[in-house]
Write a protein that binds this ligand. Structure first.
Ligand SMILES: *Cc1c(COP(=O)(O)O)cnc(C)c1O
Length: 382
């Protein structure tokens, strides 16, 4: 009774959300800080004072929200962690200044960046050639390849866990393929500089789409938004889930040229006119206005990450340099699963992947200072 296409599906497995006890959750790269109070106020206001709006379809184009996102990107440069905060205002650091104004017609919003990625795959990738990606990157990309019947060309990382840019490019040029990766990458946490990405795009097929997923950029990466000035085949995917404490609300977006955004709208309107509901649009727009608060949190998380990395290295752990809100680490003599199990016993959840090649590692989301102190105690007792 089932459609044949189901055989090609290999669903993504998210970090566990257990109910048996109150764990400290350091396994899904969620933000340990709550949304700004103004976000809750905006939701309450929407429900109490605009109750009738709950019975009406939301703005299908999310225009107010897209304007708010554009404003936020212009005022932070797309990197919270390095933006300059004064009072309740942000300003991009010198190196993150965007050399043009991001406009709402350069933004597309969807129900989490997972859905946004699904629209991007449908809009830009055909089944007639492989899509080039790193072997280890966000594990939803292979899932969507199965979903849409897109062949995959997964290029192994180099021995230092960095992307093999040369192999990715030669492979893409051989088949005239599109390229996708996360920058910073997951689960490694390593980041390419904007100049390195620019050089890749210059050498990649110019009539194919080049996708950079910036889910973690706010924690210390370099955003590729400034490159939109030079490349009309660049598509940047971003999410509210991590740096904007919004994983429970579901909001992701694309930044690209107005022409490519229009194409994604065509796909969205052929699938679901209203992927972002009225409350999420309201809460999302309210979040953008408090970018300074989320920038402060991103700085705290980045500081905590750096001191946690130092802590681990002093105790003989191998830790990959992270520009994200997590670290990817392993220790000789301990299996990834053993670390995961021992930490779970102490009431803390971290992530372990059984995938060959990375099975010794664990991925630990950076929590609050108190949470990290508790985790350190457990790790010292291993
Ligand atoms: C978390 C994550 C996403 C998905 O984010 P949502 O907006 O919550 O769907 C996309 N890409 C990468 C690399 C991520 O880590």
């Amino acid at each position: 009774m089932l459609a044949k296409r189901l055989e090609k599906l290999h669903p993504y497995v998210p970090g566990e959300q257990p109910k048996d006890r109150d764990y400290i959750k350091l396994n899904a790269n969620e933000n340990p800080y709550p949304p700004h109070p103004a976000v809750a106020e905006a939701i309450k206001g929407a429900v109490d004072r605009r109750t009738e709006k709950l019975g009406l379809y939301p703005d299908p184009d999310a225009n107010v929200l897209r304007t708010s996102i554009a404003d936020m990107l212009n005022s932070t440069g797309g990197v919270f962690c390095t933006s300059k905060i004064s009072g309740e205002k942000c300003e991009p650091s010198e190196k993150d200044k965007i050399p043009f104004t991001v406009t709402p017609d350069m933004i597309f919003c969807g129900n989490g960046s997972d859905e946004v990625l699904s629209f991007v795959f449908y809009t830009f990738f055909d089944g007639d050639r492989p899509l080039v990606m790193p072997e280890f990157t966000y594990s939803f990309y292979p899932v969507y390849c199965g979903y849409y019947g897109i062949p995959m060309d997964a290029i192994p990382l180099k021995s230092d866990w960095t992307l093999d840019k040369e192999k990715m490019l030669s492979s893409a040029n051989k088949n005239n393929s599109s390229i996708i990766f996360a920058n910073p990458n997951a689960p490694t946490g390593l980041s390419l500089t904007r100049d390195e990405v620019a050089e890749m795009i210059r050498k990649a097929p110019r009539d194919r789409i080049f996708v950079v997923d910036e889910a973690y950029c706010d924690f210390g990466g370099e955003s590729c938004i400034p490159l939109l000035k030079d490349f009309d085949n660049l598509v940047i995917v971003r999410t509210f889930s991590k740096s904007l404490s919004f994983a429970g609300m579901r909001l992701g977006y694309v930044v690209s040229s107005p022409d490519l955004i229009k194409a994604i709208f065509t796909v969205k309107n052929s699938f679901n006119h209203f992927p972002v509901d009225f409350i999420t649009q309201t809460a999302g727009a309210a979040s953008c206005k408090e970018a300074w608060y989320y920038a402060e949190n991103a700085k705290k998380i980045a500081d905590e990450r750096d001191s946690f990395t130092e802590f681990l290295r002093q105790r003989g752990w191998f830790v990959i340099d992270s520009r994200t809100n997590f670290v990817f680490t392993k220790k000789d003599g301990l299996s990834g699963d053993a670390i995961y199990q021992a930490v779970k016993k102490s009431g803390i959840l971290i992530r372990h992947f059984a995938t060959p090649g990375i099975e010794d590692f664990v991925r630990i989301t950076i929590g609050t200072h108190e949470q990290m102190e508790q985790l350190k105690k457990t790790l010292e007792s291993l």
